[in-house]
Design a binder for this molecule. Structure first.
Ligand code: ATP
Ligand code: MG
Length: 393
């Protein structure tokens, strides 16, 4: 029995002149992600990507990988057969009979893109439906409310048969590499990996920056951030992670600036340094996991103060989300268990007791002017460590 994967990628992005570029990148991303997994042959026809997997026992793992590739809307495991009625009926029976149990309501839906096929879609549906009804005792026909829809696609090369209910949902979104690159401020928390995933879903390649305050934050905390980057890399194929030494800056702020401005000034440094790394790596935007009002540094007044040090757009995809919604997404992308590991982050080590929630830019700038900002930034940039992070398997 020959089983094949049909990859459907939706139609929104196919409109206009971008279709060819979109398909080429998607196929490349699929090939990269399956490179060390299975031997496959990938072809494309009629807005569907076909993946033939050489060893049948690798189909499950291939499907698992495909479920993490942006741009794929549905993955269909289908039976391939010859384009004649008898072969289609036989294939439909053999491939779907486990789903066609007595008492179940079913229908057959046929699509014919090869218009030379002697039966039209309606006729083909009726013929195969009749055949299955006879072959599976107790099966009930219900064209309006079926539990099982046997789908038949007669295409140029072959016919394909599958059970519609067994289709696998993909990530949707756009293929990575179609939307340029952005730099994610990746802490060890719950929010920032989710923010990175949401932007990557729009086809945007992700770099990550982490601020690390050794010895106040431990080697374990760093490993946790690398692990989060490798979870993100499952969706993006690779993440370049830049670890920025942050201790000198945090100590300078603690020793010279008013306590209530500590977090804001620290965050202004994070934004400035991230922008520098973004420019170096040809990123067009920054991404943070900020959500309006979540903490003192995420009120609108505070966001204005931290935003004012950078010129590039700052994407905050979680801005209108509640923590519970963010946690749901974190679980869905399988980052949550790692995010809640209890290793301290550099922010939690230097937290003021009473941070301002309605800061004034001029006043924060005045507090900050006590520091030798240029030198601190230069030193931090000199200590940046780059780690290439690959998908966590
Ligand atoms: P998260 O849950 O992602 O850790 P948070 O709840 O800790 O966020 P903040 O500490 O205010 O919230 O940080 C807001 C955003 O700033 C984070 O989502 C992240 O994008 C960025 N950020 C915070 N700390 C770091 C860090 N140590 N390295 C890199 N980015 C950071
Ligand atoms: Mg947060």
């Amino acid at each position: 029995m020959k089983e094949i994967l049909l990859i459907k990628y939706g139609e929104i992005i196919l409109k206009g002149g971008n279709r060819g570029k979109f398909e080429k990148i998607l196929i490349q991303n699929i090939a990269n992600s399956l490179k060390n997994v299975a031997e496959v042959r990938i072809t494309i026809a009629q807005a569907t990507i076909y993946i033939e997997v050489k060893e049948a026992d690798k189909l499950d793992i291939v499907c698992e990988r495909l479920q993490k590739i942006f741009g794929i809307v549905t993955i269909v495991r289908a039976r391939v057969c010859e384009k004649n009625l008898e072969a289609i009926e036989k294939a439909a029976y053999e491939y779907c009979r486990n789903d066609l149990q007595p008492g179940r309501k079913f229908k057959v839906e046929a699509k014919r893109s090869d218009k030379t096929f002697p039966l039209n879609s309606v006729q083909l549906g009726i013929e195969v439906g009749g055949y299955l009804h006879d072959a599976c005792p107790g099966l009930l026909v219900d064209v309006h409310n079926p539990e099982i829809t046997v789908q038949i696609e007669v295409r140029d090369d072959s016919a394909y048969v599958y059970c519609r209910e067994n289709r696998i949902h993909g990530q949707g979104g756009m293929p990575i590499g179609t939307g340029g690159r952005a730099t994610l401020l990746l802490s060890g928390g719950i929010d920032s990996p989710v923010a990175g995933h949401m932007i990557a879903k729009r086809g945007i390649e992700i770099n990550a920056v982490n601020f690390f305050s050794f010895p106040y934050t431990s080697e374990r905390a760093k490993e946790k951030v690398i692990e989060l980057a490798s979870i993100l890399a499952r969706y993006t194929s690779k993440v370049n992670l830049y670890i920025v030494p942050f201790t000198e800056i945090q100590l300078a702020i603690r020793d010279n600036c008013p306590e209530e401005h500590m977090t804001l000034i620290m965050r202004r440094f994070m934004m400035k340094l991230s922008e520098k790394i973004a420019l170096r790596t040809k990123s067009k935007a920054l991404i943070t996991g900020e959500s309006a009002g979540q903490v003192a540094s995420q009120t609108l007044a505070a966001l204005n103060v931290t935003n004012s040090v950078v010129n590039m757009p700052v994407l905050r995809p979680l801005i209108g989300m509640d923590k519970t919604e963010i946690i749901e997404r974190s679980q869905k992308i399988e980052a949550f268990e790692t995010s809640i590991l209890p290793y301290e982050d550099c922010c939690t080590v230097f937290t003021p007791r009473h941070p301002t929630t309605q800061p004034k830019l001029a006043i924060v700038e005045k507090s900050e002017s006590r520091l030798d900002t240029d030198r601190l930034i230069k030193n931090a940039m000199e200590g940046v460590e780059k780690i290439e992070v690959y998908p966590k398997l």
